[in-house]
Design a protein around this ligand. Sequence first.
Ligand SMILES: [Zn+2]
Length: 468
Amino acid sequence: MPTKSAPPPDAKSDQKAFLVAAKRILSAGKTRLTWDVLAAILGVEPRAMKTYRMPAASSDYRTMPKLLVEKIEALVAEAQAPSPAGAAAPPRDPYVDWKPRSDPLKLLPASLAALVIRQARQVFMGGGATMVSGVDRLWSGVSGLGDEDRKAMALVSRARLTLGLSDVGAEIHQLLAQCTKPLGEWLPLPAVKEAGLNAVCLIDAEDYMPTLEAEELSEGFGGMTGLLEEQVFAAFQDSLSKHSAKDANDYYTAVRTFVVRNPVATRKQLLKFLAALPSAVWACIEQQFYEPLPGALVAGETATLCGHCNNVMTAQPGGLRCMTAACAAEHAATPGRTLPAADLLRLNRSLRKYWLEPGIDEIRLADRLAARGHTVRMYPNRDMVDLDLGEGSPVGIDLKAYSSPELLGERLRRRPGGLKNYKTQLLVIPDWMARRVPHYVERVSACLEGSSIRALTLSDTVEVLGHA
Ligand SMILES: [Zn+2]
């Protein structure tokens, strides 16, 4: 066994002995230096520290990154250095460097999400920038990096290095490409897992937009929550504001329901629907909500729509696939009508994300409740909740498909929104999401403890509410 003054064993030949000796030297004169405190001093996750001091033969054993070995060697050398004569330098106390309340890795997910949102704002709102698909050049418009961006990137680099993984934080495009993958895959930090973020992607791999989870995480992080949405919907709200509250509510519900049921519509169908609306509302929807079908989605002169949700289907190696994620998650591909592509309009990107995707399950629930005799109101009082069971009904329902039950539970506990206007407050999880994420309802319920909101799957909600 090495003594206090002996140099520690070589990290390469025996990593465990190296760490044990380093810990003893660094604890000299201190009451007790635990492995967790040592990990904090070194900026390493305690769990990673554990893998470093496993026997080399163990399957959990991990080799320490070179950077970390150097850091330990430097600390040991400093602790062993004789004090300069007469200087009476106080012995270095590793505890001084340890600030348990400010573990920056805990802030990493939010700070990274905020970076994604800021970059998206540059690309989508900066003007002139175009998106280029592909992994290494995800967003070609990304250019300026601010202080906050660099801090987030450095934090990713540090986290990956302490985990013994390659550095992907140094180059913005490489980092953004990682952000299309679930956090648990490329940032397997305890802080990520404990916050329930392992399955969360910050950028949607299909449309290269920040996910709703990224916006939620960046909330309160100087983010731009809802900015894209605000721009698109400001004109719509403005057009409604010229009418009485009751009319405005009715128009809102009619428009949003139409949009969710018709992600792709023929010009004739759209004009027929719009004819019943006041001209300002009509103009807003015609000019801002729908756009011509992009050529890339069209096979020849025609396009095939999904038999379930009416969105356009895209050709895949295995056949046609519906482009609505919430639809494809629940149903096998079911081709419906095939129509001349030139006649078709589709919803713009923001509406697809904020209204269509969540709306698929909202409509699914509404239709099943209506079939059981309930009076269902969609988006009452301009979206106070997703649906309720008629004027004066005690039941208010919000439906959410976050991939992280913890993120969702925390969010609703902080901001229950319109649900607080109801006696019976139901949070509904789509069946496909509850199947995909283990123990979803239990996990979200645990986060909602003490709140009046009750979480249920969509099918359980239909059972619980029964027949009218
Ligand atoms: Zn579909």
